[in-house]
Design a protein around this ligand. Structure first.
Ligand code: 5GP
Length: 123
């Protein structure tokens, strides 16, 4: 995150390729990679490369509209990619916003979780 004062997270190291991750999509401003602790047979994280203040979704402002739209498009592309383990019945696409939701990494990320049926509501 270059344009905010929060410290960098592990995701900045993944973006910088300082630590390895199973990267499945990369564009100029977005990275998608396999979750190191998958919650289901398929579990991909989609992040903006530059956090730009988005430590969590609550920080979103109109300046983030373009990147948020791009993130959602990539999440949808991943969810229909059967080579990643997603099936035709769909996926859970979710943002954990803050500690009550279990957010651990303060760099906005979309979870795309699938390959099995999931209960609703979540725990
Ligand atoms: P949160 O709980 O913040 O919504 O989700 C953070 C996710 O990042 C967790 O599912 C966790 O397993 C994943 N994660 C944390 N550290 C790493 C890492 O170093 N590499 C990868 N690939 N995933 C990570």
């Amino acid at each position: 995150g270059q344009r905010d004062t929060d410290p960098d997270t592990i995701f900045d190291k993944i973006v910088a390729k300082e630590i390895s991750a199973g990267i499945v999509r990369e564009t100029d401003d977005i990275l998608a990679f396999t979750d190191i602790n998958p919650a289901a047979p398929a579990h991909i994280l989609v992040i903006p490369k530059n956090r730009n203040g988005l430590s969590r979704l609550q920080k979103a402002t109109p300046e983030h509209v373009e990147i948020l739209g791009k993130l959602m498009v990539v999440a949808g592309e991943i969810a229909r990619d059967e080579s990643l383990g997603f099936g035709p019945d769909g996926a859970r696409i979710v943002v954990n916003d803050g500690p009550a939701a279990g957010q651990e990494v303060p760099h906005l990320h979309i979870h795309v979780i699938g390959g099995r049926a999931m209960a609703w509501p979540p725990g």
